[in-house]
Design a protein around this ligand. Structure first.
Ligand code: PMP
Length: 392
């Protein structure tokens, strides 16, 4: 696809030097495609342009945002604005701490038990096993405590959320953890699960936070990596109810310790300043778009359009039960793995990239985060129809 040519150069020093002096560019290089990647994922174009405009000098600082101290007045003001916008978008009450942390969502899979469970050998935590990311979280939790499985979707190959009538809780469990949207399996909770009273509900919303309004007060802790709906990889959001602070086990690393991070406004060590800045721009974009209620309407419409065409054409198969389908990650199969591979290439030729399913599931996956424009979905619908006509 890339039609440039690198001329031979004996000793290139910098990538930029090669790029400018020897790379023949043409229009193909500048064409932006519809990127259905599950993450890092597509960003709003307005955000990309704003980042470009902020280089090489940001806010009159004589340097770019990547080159200033995190403790400078300008960056501290940015951090305060990002938190304020985050609180405004999600309507986060004062008694929740908003933390920007390192380590990705996987880091949080260890952070949650380390911060919330007592340091006793028989500590128990409740976990829903509804997909690949649930399994990863459970493995991490087992390093710290006993895990009680509330319900497992394994028997259905994670094609549904198990019936609430089958759920069982370890009542003495320190908390109950669930993955709101299983990015790989394409299965999602449509509403937060009901848990025993006083049991903090903890959720990994890596691929669904900021895609819809939520009732924060239902949760004790919400975690999410940034590289889907809130920016780029390198920063992780943790929203923690204040009464759950001050419980961390002594061996908890400082940078994963909610209490210590809260006390230092997430600046205990040098934070990932550039991802933090990008998250701020994404929040500004979300507010300009009309907030989460508006975004949720768009997301519902986008997903409905795709599921409708997949269900309508006999050619494709969606494994997830309609009532439990993800609005963010649409998982489906062609009649054979060979056709799956052909569809990936067919779509790419028509400007729709990164639709291959995860290696654990095979098939195809369309990730429809907030920044995926309606035009991308419309193009994909056409691609699906044409492909089914030609190969069906
Ligand atoms: N949880 C979910 C639901 C995810 O989708 C992902 C990443 N795709 C992760 C956790 C892991 O995130 P990270 O790579 O930032 O650790």
């Amino acid at each position: 696809m890339v039609q440039g040519r690198l001329a031979k150069k004996t000793k290139p020093l910098f990538y930029m030097e090669i790029y400018h002096e020897n790379y023949e560019m043409n229009a193909t290089h500048l064409q932006r495609c519809f990127n259905f990647s599950p993450g890092p994922a597509t960003l709003p174009e307005a955000v990309l342009h704003r980042i470009q405009a902020d280089f090489p000098v940001w806010q009159g600082q004589g340097a770019s945002v990547m080159e200033v101290s995190h403790r400078s007045t300008a960056f501290m003001a940015l951090a305060a604005k990002v938190e304020a916008d985050c609180r405004r978008l999600l309507v986060i009450p004062e008694h929740y701490a908003v933390l920007f942390m390192p380590g990705g969502a996987r880091g949080q899979f260890d952070a949650v038990p380390m911060n919330l469970l007592p340091a006793t050998p028989n500590a128990v935590a409740n976990y829903f096993a509804v997909g690949v990311w649930s399994q990863v979280a459970i493995e991490a939790a087992r390093r710290h405590a006993q895990v009680h499985i509330v319900a497992s979707g394994e028997d259905s190959d994670y094609s549904e959320i198990p019936d609430p009538a089958s759920w069982s809780f370890a009542e003495q469990g320190g908390y109950c953890f669930f993955v709101d949207n299983e990015t790989i399996d394409g299965v999602a909770f449509q509403t937060p699960p009901s848990v025993p009273e006083d049991m903090p509900l903890v959720t990994d919303m890596s691929s669904s936070l900021f895609s819809k309004p939520i009732d924060i007060e239902r949760y004790g802790v919400i975690v999410a990596c940034a590289q889907k709906n809130l920016g780029i990889s390198g920063i992780t959001l943790a929203i923690v109810r204040q009464d759950l602070l001050d419980k961390a086990r002594p061996y908890t690393p400082d940078v994963l310790n909610y209490t210590k991070m809260a006390a230092q406004q997430s600046m205990l060590n040098t934070p990932p300043t550039f991802p933090w800045y990008v998250t701020g721009l994404v929040f500004e974009w979300l507010l300009a778009e009309g907030g989460l209620a508006r975004i949720a309407e768009h997301n519902q419409a986008k997903a409905a359009q795709l599921y409708a065409v997949l269900d309508d054409l006999d050619f494709y198969r969606c494994p997830v039960q309609p009532a439990h389908r993800s609005l963010m990650n649409v998982v489906f199969y062609c009649p054979s793995p060979e056709l799956d591979a052909q569809l990936v290439a067919f779509a790419a030729e028509r400007g729709c990239l990164n639709i291959k399913g995860h290696a654990r599931k095979g098939g195809l996956r369309l990730s429809l985060y907030n920044a995926m424009p309606k035009a991308g979905v419309a193009t994909m619908v056409e691609v699906l129809r044409t492909f089914a006509q030609q190969y069906g």
